[in-house]
Design a protein around this ligand. Structure first.
Ligand SMILES: Cc1ncc(COP(=O)(O)O)c(C=O)c1O
Length: 380
């Protein structure tokens, strides 16, 4: 048996919905299935203003345009994130200012954000690693104090809840991913939530290549013209049909994924108790969507031996992100590895375990047994 890191999941209605979209049309963006997805997102999570985009990457690029980030601006973000969080900022000529993480969640350490604020800071861009919500109340307080935009990279956290509130509902802007590796997927896709009402009309222009086509659709103009910056921040209705089938099954998907989390937690807890490694410790006031599970080994050699032992059994954990501040691009901004020592150290010791919805149905026992053997070899 082979346990890949990720595997796409079909919730049931994908083929029916996609065929319907294909045969009936229209196939373009903001079509009937997109409207159904948006309506579900509005109703279930209270996202009043939400746009489907080609990816989370594109959603953040649209967000950065909307926030009018400009050269000279600074944006505080974790170094422990995907390149897309930083690219959205850098593409606008702004400077990424990297913040350390805290090990319990691998999210940005909110206690350090204020130390990084300068007169040029315009935005904070936290992520919700592994679907564990960042401390949004603390981040919002800082943003309010210094008049900053919060753009939440919620790529991994749709259907996670912070103090009972859905992730993505409170930041100025929040970007989700529907990439194949995420809990709810359409292969490649994303969404941008805009929580600043005065930005919403402009968002419709940016999404439609900088035109006011949205006003034509509403019957407010007879023809549309080029009114702003923009790009094609839309997804085809065929992909929206795929996404709808997944979003509708959010509870079933989450319940299956919870079984994977529970199993990993049980497997690794004795090793955590004996101080060999650590596992995620989401705060008690959050409910996660079980996006991912990570283990931070005490020593990087043990992480590497664990990875090798798993691979021998055809089980494929993954090393996680390489910190951005010490990446080739990070160095171009003048950062050195030693600038964020904790992030550097943790990134050498962390693994993300195989995690996909279908694992709950097939392969879980094989995965646990294989990992148990590897752990026995490491610690007994
Ligand atoms: C934190 C984070 N942000 C952004 C992305 C990019 O998402 P997408 O592939 O939808 O652009 C990822 C992808 O895994 C991610 O983990």
């Amino acid at each position: 048996m082979k346990i890949p890191f990720n595997k796409p999941y079909l919730a049931g209605n994908e083929e029916t919905y996609m065929l319907e979209a294909l045969r009936r049309g229209p196939h373009l963006g903001n079509g009937p299935f997109a409207e159904k997805c948006l309506s579900l997102l509005r109703t279930r999570y209270g996202f009043t203003h939400v746009f489907l985009t080609p990816s989370c990457t594109a959603a953040m690029e649209m967000g950065a345009l909307l926030a009018e980030l400009s050269p000279g601006d600074e944006v505080i973000l974790p170094s422990y994130t995907f390149s897309s969080t930083a690219n959205a900022i850098v593409l606008r000529g702004a400077r990424p200012v990297f913040c350390e993480v805290e090990a319990a969640t691998m999210n940005m350490d909110v206690n350090l954000i204020e130390t990084l604020v300068t007169s040029r800071t315009r935005m904070v861009a936290p992520i919700d690693f592994a679907g564990i919500p960042c401390d949004m109340d603390a981040i919002k307080d800082i943003a309010q104090k210094y008049n900053l935009v919060v753009m939440q990279d919620a790529a991994q956290s749709l259907h996670s809840f912070y103090k009972g509130r859905p992730c993505g509902g409170e930041a100025t802007l929040a970007a989700f991913s529907f990439h194949e590796s995420k809990n709810f997927s359409c292969g490649e896709g994303g969404a941008l939530v805009v929580n600043r009402p005065e930005w919403v009309e402009r968002a419709t222009f940016l999404q439609e290549k900088g035109t006011d086509r949205s006003l034509v659709i509403k019957g407010l103009r007879s023809k549309y013209s080029w009114v702003d910056l923009g790009s094609s921040f839309l997804i085809s209705d065929i992909l929206a049909a795929l996404l709808l089938a997944q979003l509708e099954q959010a509870e079933t998907i989450t319940a299956k994924r919870a079984r994977v989390t529970d199993g990993y937690r049980e497997l690794f807890t004795p090793y955590r108790t004996s101080g060999c490694l650590s596992i995620p410790q989401p705060p008690l006031n959050v409910k996660t969507n079980h996006h991912a599970f990570f283990v931070i080994f005490g020593q990087s050699q043990n992480r590497d031996r664990f990875l090798a032992g798993c691979r021998e059994r055809e089980i494929y954990p993954y090393i996680g992100y390489l910190p951005l501040h010490s990446s080739p691009m990070g160095r171009k901004f003048g950062y050195r590895p030693e600038d964020l020592p904790l992030t550097e150290a943790l990134a050498k010791r962390i693994v993300r375990l195989p995690f996909y919805t279908g694992l709950a149905d097939e392969g879980l026992e094989y995965c646990f047994e294989g990992m148990q053997r590897v752990l026995n070899g490491l610690y007994d």
